[in-house]
Design a binder for this molecule. Sequence first.
Ligand SMILES: [Ca+2]
Length: 211
Amino acid sequence: MSLRTFITAGAAAVGLLMGTAAVADATTTATYDFGYESGFEGWVAQTDETTGTQDCPVRHNSTIVHSTDKARTGTHSLDFQTNGVSDCGLVYVQRQFQVGTTSPVQLDLSFWLWSPDTTGGGTGGKNRALAYSGADCVTDPEGPVGGNWQGFTDLGYTGHEGGPGWYQYSYRATVTPDSSGRICVAQAVMIASTYTIFKSYYLDDTTVTVS
Ligand SMILES: [Ca+2]
């Protein structure tokens, strides 16, 4: 993980002119890059079965592991091993970020997902990529509700015209931090088709920008 920050030039200049009090109002942009070369890099792996009450009719035992099977950059990624035994499940990683304010911030998330699917589905059909953000992390996913999971945003199918490969997903939200100035962000694969094998989706090159 690497962190880049900068203070908006105009705001910093105002701060210099007006003294230290104005510096506190300067807009800071922080960008975090995750390539998963050294592990989960602070992201916590969970499924709808590993936290809170079970939502799916059948246990799917999906999991996420650190992998060298595929990488978009470097040699590692996170392998979302999903099982569609009951056409149901949420498999995700989530992470807290200290944003240094309790005022609403803009969150920009992007990540790359390697998918084995096609637009027609491929082996076992196709799933969906989701994202979440909020003051609190997800402790008991609720779903599937209306073809999604509560609080998550649908970023699209995992099946693409070009067939298996790496595809980028993007998400933007305004998030109000908790009273300690923290937000939580999640990247997810929602199981949305029926298959009784473990099908891998690989996550790499996540960028989180808070401004
Ligand atoms: Ca990588």
